[in-house]
Design a protein around this ligand. Structure first.
Ligand SMILES: Cc1ncc(COP(=O)(O)O)c(C=O)c1O
Length: 438
């Protein structure tokens, strides 16, 4: 029988600002985190409730700015910005105000069946930042949903072509279409029987002769690429590689899709990576940072392609909660703060400041094999997965939250909020160095 959880006792600690340094009270995960973890493990499907196999994990009680407070009262510096979502910081006051104000008017808006002012305004704002003119937007609920929409757009617009090209490594999400474009065998293997053979994966950053051959068959509807690989290892393609793909796609009228769900909205020190690469993709998938913490994603791009969604009756792709009013309001607030606080330029500047120090790490620390990055997206490649886990856990003990990614779990990612205080960033770097030295 379900028993309601008794009200939580008043917290001894609260986060009063998001600009604070770490303060550790107990070795994480502390006793409360362990107790909550055990309850979660008893009731939730395994595999999505812990980060380190069956090890109990910390539980987030509060997050504000660049800080996270766990249930045991430990205060951390969050260098994950919650998978890159909290680009303007956790629980930004402008987002809270926007949600409050929208919530007083309309909480649910019937997905595809009706509009509301915040949705109209957000659609217009996104069209403004599209890579091309004229442009349209198709809203989505999650990043994977946006990828599905982008791929389906290409299939609608190029009806006699069935192949979809993506790269290895790449991460595009977990729904079947997005998974089919993603590379990690661990994620694919259990569902391989359901993954279409029309998905072709080529080496990221590699020789393009197979791509040229594939496009030459006239059977490829789309090429989907992360302009900088995020979760799968923070990898940058060689100069000119994306432009070369663009050239071949143009020549063969293949739809070029950039997945900027991780890189979008300033992370690399430009609003989108396509601007850095000097490439005009036909469609751009965005998500994560867009909603500032609320679930919303979108595909923006060429009007003629997105016009392929015209349907005589029901919408061909939708969801109950698509373009949720609260998420639209939060997204508008996020875009506003990004512009008013000049956070994209700030990310570029901070990236330039920390680059020399980070680039010394492979020489200074035996376990660091390489460091790659730009703006506020950095990957620290360790020599093997246990070393990456030691770094992540050692940092956590010192009050710095990091995640390890990459196909073998060897790449610790630095993905702080673009609004992180400089003092916080420098202290985080000191603590990472201390952990690497230890
Ligand atoms: C590049 C990229 N695409 C797609 C996704 C999937 O987004 P979501 O988890 O919102 O479905 C992610 C998530 O990490 C991502 O990094």
């Amino acid at each position: 029988m379900w028993v309601p959880t008794p009200p939580a006792p008043p917290l001894a600690t609260r986060l009063l600002s998001g600009n604070q340094l770490p303060k550790m009270l107990v070795d994480p995960p502390g006793p409360k985190a362990r107790a909550f973890s055990a309850r979660l493990a008893a009731s939730e499907a395994p595999g999505i409730n812990t980060l380190y196999g069956n090890e109990p994990n910390i539980l987030w009680q509060e997050a504000l700015g660049a800080n996270v407070l766990d249930v045991d009262g430990n205060r951390y510096l969050d260098l994950t910005s919650g998978f890159g979502v909290a680009a303007i910081g956790h629980r930004h006051p402008a987002i809270l105000r926007a949600i409050q104000s929208q919530g007083e008017k309309l909480l649910h808006g019937l997905g595809d069946a009706c509009g509301y002012p915040a949705r109209v305004e957000l659609a217009e704002r996104l069209v403004d930042i599209a890579p091309c003119r004229p442009a349209r937007v198709h809203f989505a609920v999650s990043g994977a949903d946006a990828v599905e929409i982008a791929l389906k757009t290409a299939l609608l617009a190029r009806p006699r072509r069935e192949r979809l090209i993506s790269f290895d490594p790449a991460y595009h999400g977990m729904s079947l279409g997005a998974l089919n474009a993603s590379s990690r065998p661990l994620f694919r293997a259990p569902f391989e029987s359901q993954l279409a053979k029309t998905g072709v994966r080529l080496p990221f950053g590699g020789d393009l002769s197979e791509l040229v051959r594939q496009l030459g068959t006239g059977k490829v509807a789309a090429v989907l690429v992360e302009p900088v690989v995020g979760r799968e290892g923070v990898l940058f393609p060689p100069d000119g590689w994306l432009a070369e793909i663009e050239r071949h796609c143009r020549r063969t009228e293949t739809v070029l899709i950039f997945d900027e769900i991780f890189t979008g909205f300033g992370r690399l020190g430009e609003l989108f990576a396509f601007r850095l690469a000097g490439v005009e993709p036909d469609l751009v998938c965005c998500g994560k940072a867009l909603g500032g913490g609320l679930p919303i994603a979108a595909v923006v791009g060429r009007q003629d392609l997105l016009d392929s969604w015209r349907s005589p009756g029901e919408a061909l792709h939708t969801g109950t909660f698509v373009a949720h009013p609260l998420a639209c309001a939060a997204a508008l607030a996020t875009l506003e703060v990004l512009a008013s606080d000049d956070l994209v330029a700030r990310a570029a500047r901070l990236g330039r400041e920390i680059a020399p120090r980070l680039q010394e790490w492979p020489e200074r620390f035996l376990e660091v094999a390489a460091v790659r990055g730009r703006g506020l997206l950095w990957g620290i490649e360790l020599r093997h997965a246990p070393a990456a886990q030691r770094l992540v856990q050692g940092c956590r003990r010192r009050g710095v939250l990091l995640l390890a990614g990459g196909p073998e779990g060897t790449v610790a990612q630095l993905v702080p909020s673009l609004a992180i205080a400089e003092r916080q960033l420098m202290v985080a770097m000191n603590l990472i160095e201390e952990t690497l030295t230890a």
